[in-house]
Design a protein around this ligand. Structure first.
Ligand code: SF4
Length: 348
């Protein structure tokens, strides 16, 4: 008989921002397993693999071409011979994958649809008051209390760890990310356009970033800034590595609540985060140069919805929808940008 608990598989989150917030937990688990001489595998969607390349993790990876293909994922796990698994995803399909993979110990947050698939279901409610980094840490067996550790990444080719920041001419490079997954999380495009114009006129090199499907949005924002100075549209033109390189080379990012927000923070790029319905206790970006701008005194904040459920009279706007984002002014965002650039030594 042996007491060896066997190798460990950790299923990483499926979304960019969540994966970055899971990095401290993955690194913690790796340190524990390495100290015990055991193997650890990280299972994740293939498209996010470049993020692990930018991290300090050395764990073996199990890449999923289709995240809900439970049979392929199960076979993949079974081939490792691992016996334990921790789920950092909330889905039933990922828990089923662990069962099909032959993992005897399966830990994850409790949910009625998947409790029967877990051997260690962790109630989520007590975890929700903490930052998501600490929630992941607790699931991975770590402390899960106190100040959340800051996720860190190094962009490809950034040997000295400072990106392209501070190089070239003195004009600060400011990236704008006007898109977001949910419409309730988007600061109005016209405000981003006005900001682009003001920053370009102030001598900043403005780069407008966006993912696939956001090209018309980034083009409109860049077109508003271009007549006033150096303002370029890079929407849809960067893959994940290119996006990281661009953020790493920027002196500051202005963004809605997005995955690139967490990517920039992890790369050490100062971030002005425009927060609306998100619960910033759980998902605020972490780092030393972060400025949150939002209407945190509104009674409906945080609703954590991708589409605003509010409408009707009794609010500060005739059209009440998305008040949390509509009430953020260009003036206050511009001021936050200038102050953070000054603090970081990039402003003139
Ligand atoms: S309900 Fe409130 S917090 Fe939620 S999206 Fe609407 S205005 Fe924003």
């Amino acid at each position: 008989m042996t007491d060896d608990p066997g190798a460990l598989v950790i299923r990483a989150p499926n979304h960019l921002g969540e994966l970055i917030l899971a990095l401290p937990a993955l690194e913690y688990a790796e340190s524990i397993e390495a100290a015990a001489g055991r193997r650890m595998f990280v299972q994740l969607v293939a498209g996010l693999d470049p993020i692990l390349d930018m991290s300090s993790l050395r764990a073996e990876r199990l890449l999923l071409d289709r995240r809900r293909d439970v049979w392929a994922g199960g076979r993949q796990i079974r081939r490792t011979g691992a016996r334990r698994g921790v789920l950092l995803t909330p889905s039933q399909s990922s828990a089923l994958m662990f069962c099909l993979g032959g993992l005897r110990a399966r830990r994850g947050t409790a949910a009625p649809a998947r409790n029967w698939l877990l051997t260690d279901s962790v109630p989520r409610a007590p975890l929700l008051a903490r930052h998501r980094v600490l929630e992941f840490m607790a699931l991975a067996g770590g402390e899960g209390e106190g100040d959340p550790p800051v996720p860190t990444l190094a962009a490809p080719g950034d040997a000295d760890g400072d990106g392209g920041r501070g190089g070239g001419d003195n004009a600060p490079q400011v990236a704008l990310f006007p898109g977001a997954n949910g419409e309730s999380r988007r600061w109005p495009a016209g405000r981003f356009s006005a900001l682009a114009a003001r920053l370009a006129a102030a001598g900043c090199r403005v780069r407008v970033l966006g993912g696939p499907g956001e090209e018309s949005l980034t083009a409109a924002v860049a077109a508003a800034g271009a007549p006033h100075g150096d303002c370029q549209d890079l929407g849809g033109r960067t893959n994940l590595v290119g996006l990281a390189t661009e953020l790493d080379g920027s002196d500051l990012l202005v963004t809605n609540d997005t995955g690139p927000m967490h990517l920039a923070a992890a790369l050490g790029t100062p971030v002005v985060a425009l927060e609306g319905p998100a619960d910033v206790r759980q998902t605020r970006p972490l780092g030393s140069s972060i400025r949150l701008v939002g209407r945190f005194d509104l009674p409906c904040v945080p609703c954590v919805k991708n589409s605003c459920p509010r409408s009707g009279a009794g609010t500060e706007l005739p059209e009440a929808r998305n008040e949390c984002m509509w009430l953020i002014s260009v003036d206050e965002v511009e001021q936050a940008v200038m102050e953070l650039l000054e603090e970081d030594g990039s402003g003139e």
